[in-house]
Design a protein around this ligand. Structure first.
Ligand code: ADE
Length: 232
């Protein structure tokens, strides 16, 4: 029996899902509230993990240990690193990398976690396909693309930093939790996908764009996740 852990970083990112699910119970752990129930008849646990990679990794471990979820979906917003992707568009994680993991002084590639057998954490192929299959139904006319997501404990709002992330990782968008969720899912053998709608362009105007577009971006993501859940 599938049980899907759905993680958002902020209230905005999970409140639509919470409003649409049928909640059977709630449990608090490590400052997070886990809502267990069904969404579109599928067993789910919906949770807001808070901002950043430590919160995100802890959240996955709790979903694995306490709730025995079978899949992890991370939804939310991100800054665009790809000129072909505009605010409101959605990126579905082909793979995810920690952009702020840097042990290059010891010969490791940027992003590589020493002693781990992968640089990029690959999204689950079935979840990626189902997410891409759902996009037209969920958000007609909206551009949804598979891509690389990079994460770090930084809000990127500087063109030079943005250019560096593009040059180093050939990434499509950046956010602050996905790699930790992917990493923790990978260590627990859980299939995952990160689905992020773009709230800003991660450049010098990002701090202005983000508050203006986060609601719209979060809504696009919630619609895609709900449509995808029906297909799992
Ligand atoms: N989430 C949304 N926009 C972001 C940005 N520019 N940097 C990091 N995380 C984000």
């Amino acid at each position: 029996m599938n049980k899907i852990g759905i993680i958002g970083a902020m209230e905005l990112e999970v409140d639509t899902l919470k409003a649409h699910m049928s909640v059977a119970g709630q449990t608090s752990r490590a400052g997070m509230v886990f809502y267990e129930g069904t969404l579109e008849q599928t067993p789910v646990v919906v949770v807001r993990c808070g901002i950043g990679k430590v919160n995100a990794a802890m959240c996955v471990q709790i979903l694995a240990d306490l709730f025995q979820v079978t899949h992890v979906i991370n939804t939310g917003v991100a800054g665009s690193l790809n000129d072909a992707l505009d605010i409101g568009d959605i990126v579905v994680s082909r793979d995810v990398i920690h952009h702020d993991m840097d042990v290059s002084a010891l010969g490791y590639a940027p992003g590589q976690v020493p002693q781990l057998d992968t640089l990029a954490f690959p999204g689950d192929e079935t979840l990626i396909r189902l997410a891409l299959d759902s996009c037209e139904e969920a958000n007609p006319g909206l551009h949804t693309a598979p891509g690389r997501i990079v994460s770090g404990d930084q809000f990127i709002s500087d063109k030079a930093v943005k250019e560096k992330l593009i040059a180093e990782f050939h990434a499509d968008c950046t956010e602050m939790e996905g790699a930790a969720i992917a990493h923790a899912a990978y260590l627990n053998g859980l299939p995952f996908v990160v689905i992020r709608a773009l709230s800003d362009k991660a450049d010098d105007s990002a701090s202005m764009e983000y508050p203006a577009f986060e609601r719209q971006a979060a809504d696009h993501c919630a619609r895609l996740v709900e449509t995808l859940i029906k297909k799992i």
